[in-house]
Write a protein that binds this ligand. Structure first.
Ligand code: PLP
Length: 460
């Protein structure tokens, strides 16, 4: 009998999908055909897909019922008003602008407010946010506290912005900063939460300088749950009230509904400033669609409205975070190191520690994603040298990010405790014989977001 008690799923399963089963030989061929890039694998060949928690949630019976009720009118659909009310109730901002996903909200926002001299601070920008900023020749600046980069620091709010750094940055460059962002939870920094106290401080700094402050709010409910569990004074608050308080400190938010709205597609912008909203809507109409659908079907808007209610159910959030922590404890048992504490939506394995024989220029994180698929048909994503490596413009040499991680993102309401055991056993078996795993070389890469489409080969 295992010593670690698994969390009990607070739902029963009404509809099932078969898992992709393959032999090791088939997986080897699949990897070669995909240029050793797990983004290139057919999903039906993946046994357990931990590539992302984005757009991979299982929807509830009520969300599916909402889908049947979708109003597909071009303008002023009933589903839009339900969606708008649900977003207003949770976020508290007046204006709600639907987009087809989170990066579309980012594109609409940044193409409206940035120019090539702009600087955009955040705790740590997610890759699409950074790319949307840098595509406009502006600069994305990460100002997370030092703990965010220390995988062993087992602290409650490692997603926090270093407000001393923010003040110093704004003293120097404030005139070039059209917006300050805060990512909750901090995906690229281990899925770690930001405390209410930190949100309040960032907000005060921005308000004093009259700089708009926006959340990248994809995982706001998981963040609010951690505030309830970890921040003094919030133990008795409902997560809905905590979320409302978080948003009360900001001027708006971009949201990928594919995470904490428990749907497979969707996003939005929400804010209070009508003048800015009018400019955003111009951009929306050109690229996304009319202001009451913004790239989404009426049925998608219904599912988001319902998902925003369900995600604030505390039994769900307790199980959700306990499931991720459970995988963490199984990995502790299997001696697989990861960023501590476990994140809200994912475990971030320290790939360079699992594969100590591979130097950074052999991309140990990428190599681990290849090994994990080959070993057991599990798909994970590298967040390391391939995703965030940059060529030094002067020397042409690669500059590597501080951490070399492989993220095991847990889709919401999809896998059970026994799937977590399977994953931990596969990783444990790689970690016991790391020298079997080869290094990686990049063969072909595009200029932006190279991890999605680059091709690789294995090297000794
Ligand atoms: C923190 C964060 N911001 C933005 C995005 C982009 O959202 P989308 O994939 O819906 O475009 C993601 C997606 O994973 C994310 O994790």
């Amino acid at each position: 009998m295992r010593m670690i008690p698994p969390p009990v799923e607070p739902f029963r399963i009404k509809m099932v999908e078969p898992l992709g089963r393959t032999t090791r030989r088939e997986r080897d061929k699949l990897l070669r055909d995909a240029g050793f890039n797990v983004f290139g694998l057919p999903a039906e060949k993946v046994m357990i897909d931990l590539l992302t928690d984005s757009g991979t949630s299982a929807m509830s019976d009520r969300q599916w019922a909402g889908i049947m009720m979708g109003d597909e009118s071009y303008a002023g659909a009933r589903s839009f008003y339900r969606f708008e009310k649900a977003v207003r109730d949770v976020f508290g901002f007046d204006i709600v602008i639907p987009t087809h996903q989170g990066r579309a909200a980012e594109r609409v926002l940044f193409e409206t407010i940035l120019d090539k001299n702009s600087l955009v601070p955040s705790n740590i920008h997610f890759d699409t946010t950074r790319a949307n900023i840098e595509f406009r020749k502006a600069k994305a600046v990460d100002l997370a506290g030092a703990a965010a980069y220390d995988p062993e620091a087992d602290l409650p709010f490692k997603g926090n912005m270093d407000t001393g750094k923010l003040e110093a940055f704004l003293d120097k460059y404030g005139r070039r900063v059209p917006i300050v962002m805060l990512t909750v939870t901090n995906n690229s920094g281990g899925g770690q939460p930001v405390s209410m106290a930190n949100i309040e401080r960032v907000s005060a700094i921005c308000r004093r300088r009259k700089i708009p402050f926006f959340f990248d709010a994809c995982r706001f409910a998981e963040n609010a749950w951690f505030v309830k569990c970890r921040e003094k004074g919030y133990e008795r608050w409902s997560v809905r009230d905590i979320a409302k308080k978080m948003f009360s400190f900001a001027d708006g938010a971009t949201m990928s509904a594919k995470k904490d709205a428990l749907v497979n597609m969707g996003g939005f912008l929400t804010l209070n400033d009508p003048a800015l909203a009018a400019r955003l809507k111009n951009s929306l109409i050109i690229g996304e669609g009319f202001v009451t659908y913004g790239g989404l079907s009426g049925r998608d808007l219904e599912a988001i409205a319902q998902g925003l209610t369900e995600v604030l159910d505390e039994a769900y959030l307790e199980y959700r975070t306990a499931q991720v922590a459970y995988l963490g404890r199984l990995l502790d048992e299997a001696c697989v190191p990861y960023v501590k504490p476990a994140g809200g939506h994912a475990i971030y394995v320290l790939a360079d520690k699992v594969l100590p024989h591979l130097p950074r220029d052999k991309y140990p994180g990428w190599a681990l994603t290849v090994a994990l698929f080959r070993e057991a048909g599990i798909r994970a994503v590298e967040i390391g040298g391939v995703m965030f490596g940059r060529k030094d413009p002067k020397t042409g040499r690669e500059i590597f990010p501080a951490l070399e991680l492989v993220r095991l993102a847990i889709p919401r309401r999809v896998y059970t405790a026994s799937h977590m055991i399977f994953v931990a056993e596969a990783l444990g078996s790689i970690a016991r014989k790391p020298e079997r795993v080869k290094g990686i070389r990049i063969v072909e890469e595009p200029p932006f977001l190279r991890h999605f489409t680059a091709r690789f080969e294995e090297i000794d």
